[in-house]
Design a protein around this ligand. Sequence first.
Ligand code: GUN
Length: 283
Amino acid sequence: MSAVKMDGKALSDKVRGSILAETEALKQRGITPGLAVIIVGNDPASEIYVRNKEKACAACGFYSEKYALPAETTQDELLGLIAQLNESPRISGILCQMPVPAHISAQAVIDAIDPRKDVDAFHPVNVGKIMVGDFDFVPCTPAGVMELLAAYQIDPAGKECVVIGRSNIVGKPMAMLLLHKHGTVTLCHSRTQGLDEVCRRADILIAAVGKAGFVTPDMVKDGAVVIDVGINRNAAGKVCGDVDPAVMEKASYMTPVPGGAGPMTITMLMKNTLKAAKLQNGL
Ligand code: GUN
């Protein structure tokens, strides 16, 4: 049996439609959500992500500003721009695309963004709020995964949820969101012993490793839900996930790459930006 493909593109279009409708209503009240996107240097993948974020803003009716800064930008210059954007009434959300060049501290950048405008939910204040389960902004990739699970009526409560990858952006917040939904969560990483065996326990397996084809069919329980967060390029330059497509034959539900978790991520950024605009206006 082949898994049901979880259509992140269709769900993303649907959510963007409802964000646009809410934005139109807000605009009637004189409120326009605004997102500032900063990119430092010219990493090709980051440039694509930033372009897609601008397109998504347009699709949702948002105001947006893009700051493409040269790789030589100093940390002080970048922090100066963030300080200005923190004060700008047109800007509800600020995002600095990661990674930043090595001479800039990513943590200093994250710390400089006003937590009320931190639509990535990377600031320690927002990370702490996620930990305690009382949060306004949800990190975009894990939020997209949770929306996909909900849309397909997959409830993590009581299930064995295995997350592979412990990054601050995906793995750690993913584990917390599943835990808040009452999953039994195991967070695996490069030093996990017996990884294959741990993965085989999973009812819900989430791969956020960054290695093409890392999860193979022998690591997956029959009927498991498999969510592939990876965006990699194989030797032929083709975009592929962390999960070997042959896993489709073992899983009950699975996200394709592209078209699964990816489109949801940017849509969740839009959702956070809308929320930021509302909160900043007392709504
Ligand atoms: N780089 C890779 N993913 C992300 C993300 O979600 N936000 C930002 N700011 N940079 C990233």
